[in-house]
Design a protein around this ligand. Structure first.
Ligand code: AMP
Ligand code: ZN
Length: 474
């Protein structure tokens, strides 16, 4: 088995990734977008890095179940819908579609499940009821429910928040509440699980045992991750800003309900800044994908620029950096055009070989396997390409696999004029990788089921000793 190592925010160490469940499936949950506006390129940096991680895992043979939620009920979505005088649902559906369109342009794989908070109110209420029953939560006079911070001594274990501050605050716990979903360390008090209905919420409310209201933000991720991935999940991801309070609160809620560890591995990515500054509307430096496409950059180039820095370091995004990305990607593509002329390689016929040792590009894949070092991987690819002027099939196969992991395979290998190219949709590639893993695990029933699914979608698999090939059924 290929070993993948990743920094764990909780242990502050680089650790091996492995599934805890006996079915061998790695369970991954990432906090998704709040759908009230265009996602900005900072959001996409985070989603793209999660995508690179998923692509790496499936390419080297892991089976994953990846859940990324949609936050469609909070102050921002409610205000947005009210401003336009439309229902919350039509408002959030429109922004969800736009988010999906941007993800597709950026070649981000679809999650296996994409649950919406507003469609999981019952699950959230059930969790809150359990918390009240276990005395980890209490109801206030207005019908709101708060998590009792002092009832969870482990609070702060992820973000290493100052426990002295918590100790003082714990004494006042029942008296000091915080209704806000987002707050900083100075205002850590008992946080809201359920918010009683206010006039400002208009027609957005659900009935609950505590009266009309709506869930607080944090509980949705606890309820939906538990529903789709179980009580303990292998990897939980998000931007670094979510570490506190959102993820700390998710831990508190879930662990108090289940009595089990919630997450084995926390994967946080650092923020993106623009020309050294925090991105914000007021500074006029907030870019969406469309803004950059309108400036003439291809989505693949934007993807390349956004994944180019190490995920644990702040990415300083600049337009000149985007120009550099354009030129690097162009070089890579031109090199592949040249090399493919001399070989019979066609990515459509020869795809994943999880068992094959990387002969030419080993240092490049190793960089990814060791704490997802994308910049090092790219550096290795370019230096190896500079030395390697002779095209050969194995070399191009390895390069294709690496480009697939980085999500730039369509741009680099779809030469347009190259009739040999058969584009493999990423969901097909993912299914094929899952089938291969099932076969390696001797789970032949699952392997047959996935093969059948692929056939229905027009793809056949040819197994080889060292891997498999995907062919389009004519
Ligand atoms: P939101 O839609 O605000 O809930 O954010 C979606 C994701 O984007 C979360 O994982 C955030 O942590 C992440 N995020 C927000 N701002 C930035 C930024 N400037 N750079 C990178 N990630 C960000
Ligand atoms: Zn979350």
């Amino acid at each position: 088995m290929n070993v993948i190592k990743l920094y764990n925010t909780q242990s502050r160490q680089i650790e091996e990734i492995n599934p805890s469940n006996s079915d061998g499936i790695l369970r991954i949950y990432c906090c998704g977008p709040t759908v009230y506006n265009y996602a900005h390129i900072g959001n996409f940096r985070t989603f793209l890095l999660q995508d690179v991680l998923c692509r790496l895992l499936i390419t080297v043979g892991y089976r994953i179940k990846f859940v990324r939620n949609i936050t469609d009920v909070d102050d921002k979505t409610i205000h947005g819908a009210q401003r336009e005088n439309i229902s919350l649902q039509s408002f959030t559906e429109r922004w969800t579609d736009i988010f999906h369109r941007d993800c597709e342009a950026l070649n981000i794989l679809l999650p296996d499940v994409e649950p919406k908070a507003a469609s999981h109110i019952a699950e959230q209420i059930a969790m809150i009821e359990t918390l009240i029953k276990k005395e980890h939560a209490y109801v206030t006079a207005d019908g709101s429910v708060y998590f009792r911070l002092s009832s969870f001594p482990d609070y702060g274990k992820l973000s290493k928040i100052d426990t002295r501050q918590l100790a003082t605050q714990g004494e006042n716990s029942a008296g000091r509440t915080n209704l806000a979903d987002e707050y900083d360390r100075d205002s850590v008090h008992d946080f809201a699980l359920w918010k009683a209905h206010k006039v400002e919420d208009g027609d957005v409310f659900w009935e609950s045992p505590w009266g009309k209201g709506r869930p607080g933000w944090h509980i949705e991720c606890s309820a939906m991750s538990m529903k789709y991935l179980g009580e303990t999940i292998d990897i939980h991801g998000g931007g670094i800003d979510l570490c506190f309070p959102h993820h700390e609160n998710e831990i508190a809620q879930t662990e108090c309900v289940t009595g089990k560890p919630f997450v084995r591995h926390w994967f946080h990515s650092e923020h993106l800044r623009i020309e050294g500054q925090k991105m914000s509307k007021s500074l006029g430096n907030l870019f969406t994908l469309t803004d950059l496409i309108n400036k003439g950059y291809a989505a693949d180039v934007i993807r390349y620029a956004l994944i180019g820095g190490h995920y644990r370091q702040i990415l300083n995004f600049t337009l000149s950096g985007l120009d550099a990305a354009q030129s690097a990607l162009g070089k890579l593509r031109a090199k592949v055009v040249n090399l493919s002329k001399e070989t019979h390689f066609s990515p459509g016929e020869n795809l994943f070989h999880p068992n094959v040792l990387y002969h030419y590009l080993n240092t490049a894949i190793e960089a990814l396997k060791n704490d997802l070092n994308v910049p090092k991987c790219l550096g290795e690819i370019f230096s190896i390409l500079n030395d390697n002027t002779n095209g050969n099939e194995s070399f191009l196969r390895e390069l294709y696999a690496l480009c697939f992991i980085l999500g730039i395979e369509k741009f680099v290998f779809d030469q347009g004029k190259n009739e040999k190219f058969v584009e493999i949709p990423s969901d097909i590639a993912k299914l094929a990788a899952q089938r291969w893993q099932a076969r390696c695990n001797r789970d032949f029933e699952e392997s047959d089921r996935l093969r059948q699914l692929l056939t229905e979608r027009g793809w056949s698999i040819v197994d080889r000793r060292e891997g498999y090939e995907l062919e389009k059924i004519k």
